[in-house]
Design a protein around this ligand. Sequence first.
Ligand SMILES: [Fe+2]
Ligand SMILES: [Fe+2]
Length: 314
Amino acid sequence: MRLAHCSDLHLLSHDGAGWLELANKRWIGAANLLSNRARHYHVAAFDDMIADMNALGIEHVLCTGDVTNLALRQEFEFARGKFDQLTGGVGNVTVIPGNHDAYVAEGVGLFAEIFGPYATTDDGWAWSAADADGEDDDLHWPIVRVRGELAIIGLSTSRATPWFTAYGRAGIGQLARLRRALLDPRLAGKVRVVAIHHPPAGRRAASKIRGLRDHDSFAAVIAEAGAELIVHGHEHRNMAESLAGPHGPVEVRGVVSGTYLHDKPDKTARYRIYELEGGKLRSDHLRIWDREHHVFVKDAQPIASADLAANYGT
Ligand SMILES: [Fe+2]
Ligand SMILES: [Fe+2]
């Protein structure tokens, strides 16, 4: 089966934002959008990606967050309308939130309300009060979705953060539940794919401004429980890191924004397809946006070597 991973769509409806409603730190995002983002993040790329995924009949689509820019209701509804065009349907498309989807506190609730069907947990996997740790522990997370040999465990690391910051945190309770899920005998023999918005490995994970605050605790869970793959977004880069697992390194892969187009070919909109077979990951490749022809095509040069080199060995 094939798993498609996309991220950081930052979908912007040109008629829906209602700028006068912006409050708190949204003005920063608004200024950012108006001066920069709107020119570089193209809804048309996601339209073309959806058509590509539908034409290929991708079995499962996984998006690791930042579907919006400012966590406005209109943005969530606009993005939801796009995801609803994927023919796999809500059961075969998984979306977790990014920091932009929690740009202000109400974003967390709006994500749950509007994207909830794409972030359900399977029957038998709901967490109970006994699994809680701390008052602000959201027992919805992590979600567990098992589809054939694929088992997605999706985390939420997103919370409203102070101005000019974009860090994330999984939290003690969520990491304890991640450990339990990864070790659960029901997932034995499955390809366990952990989805998280913030990169959990490498030097970018350690950034105080935009990293994963509890990346060490996340790494400890993986060291004990393992996983077959960890995917993330947030950095808008093709990244390859690894974390130690009980039986060897676990790959940690990031992907560029699915809607970005600028003068850097490395960062042109892409998504990645993983091939799974016999309970194992067999291969992966990127598909890149050809804006002129309104299509995604197989990336002839799939790895931005300079970018990867910057991530290896650091
Ligand atoms: Fe992003
Ligand atoms: Fe992000």
